[in-house]
Design a protein around this ligand. Structure first.
Ligand SMILES: [Zn+2]
Length: 301
């Protein structure tokens, strides 16, 4: 599972890969596993011929850096991949989380600088102490399925997902960006692909799939109806651009039984999780994925 790449106009961000990193990773994976294209993977999966060593590549969130940096390498190797796309960014309302990520990785000395200013702003705005949350976060082993995260990475995500919730988190971040004189509108075209890029991916034989309409952080907290709208609107947006869609991945790896049923009802054939916390394939919409950051770490250990 790949997200961010850097090179030319795309600045390095937390966990991003250069073109050389990506090439080295593909070599490393090819040595260790049987690296196959997305179409072949799907075919083997559907005919129950998938071997333990078979792996394929997937790219989430329609980031332009994937098109600019990773795609030329895929094409050179004649390797097709899955690209999972959420729609709201194409209608001018991108996922704020990605904008916030850009903000926090480009407007501060480093990520720790961002965290210390963020925690300080949180304490002031919400009149709440950080210390207790930090202890709780450690005690419950928050996000322990992602070994790449530091203590502050976990605390930040804990505050965002469990304490603040979407609306208050966004309110805090918008306030933070205002203080820092940062304009999201100026970066949208630099961060995401356009529909032309999506069509090109499809024409080249890559499999473009669903990733919800607005990229909710916690899909499982939405009602059946809200989840259905997320995936149906996503499907209605992408089908005219890339044709029939049969694959998907869960935004932030979050889903419940309603999600699984909806995906089946929409006629999808394969779906991916966003970690390897469950290493077996429990249903056709729960295939585990390894984050590229974990592979990078394993390669360099
Ligand atoms: Zn995503």
């Amino acid at each position: 599972m790949f997200h961010h790449f850097h090179g030319s106009k795309h600045l390095p961000s937390q966990g991003s890969l250069s073109a050389d990193d990506f090439s080295d990773m593909l070599d490393w994976l090819q040595n260790k596993y049987n690296l196959i294209g997305a179409n072949e993977y799907l075919h083997k999966f559907e005919t129950s011929n998938l071997a333990d060593r078979d792996i394929c590549l997937s790219f989430d969130d329609a980031l332009l850096c994937q098109y600019d940096i990773a795609l030329p390498i895929l094409e050179k190797r004649r390797l097709d991949a899955f690209f999972f796309v959420y729609s709201s960014v194409f209608t001018g309302t991108p996922d704020n989380l990605e904008v916030f990520r850009y903000f926090r990785t480009n407007k501060f000395t480093d990520i720790e600088d961002f965290y210390s200013q963020f925690f300080e702003l949180y304490e002031i705005k919400f009149q709440d102490r950080i210390g207790e949350h930090r202890t709780r976060c450690v005690n419950i082993g928050y996000l322990s399925a992602w070994p790449i995260y530091t203590e502050n990475d976990r605390l930040f995500r804990f505050l965002r997902n469990e304490i603040l919730g979407v609306e208050r988190y966004e309110e805090l971040m918008l306030h933070f960006m205002k203080i820092k004189v940062f304009s999201p509108a100026a970066i949208i075209n630099d961060l995401w692909m356009s529909e032309v890029h999506l069509r090109q991916l499809s024409n080249l034989g890559h499999l473009v799939g669903l990733h919800s309409y607005t990229h909710p952080v916690q899909m499982s907290k939405l009602s059946h109806r809200e989840q259905l709208l997320e995936y149906r609107k996503n499907l209605e947006h992408l089908t005219p651009i890339v044709g029939d869609i049969i694959c998907m991945s869960h935004p932030c790896g979050d889903y419940n039984e309603d999600t699984i049923k909806i995906l089946g009802d929409l006629g999808l054939k394969i779906g991916f999780r966003s970690n390897t916390a469950i290493s077996t394939i429990n249903s056709k919409f729960e295939i585990p994925r390894e984050d590229h950051a974990n592979i990078y770490k394993e390669m360099n250990s």
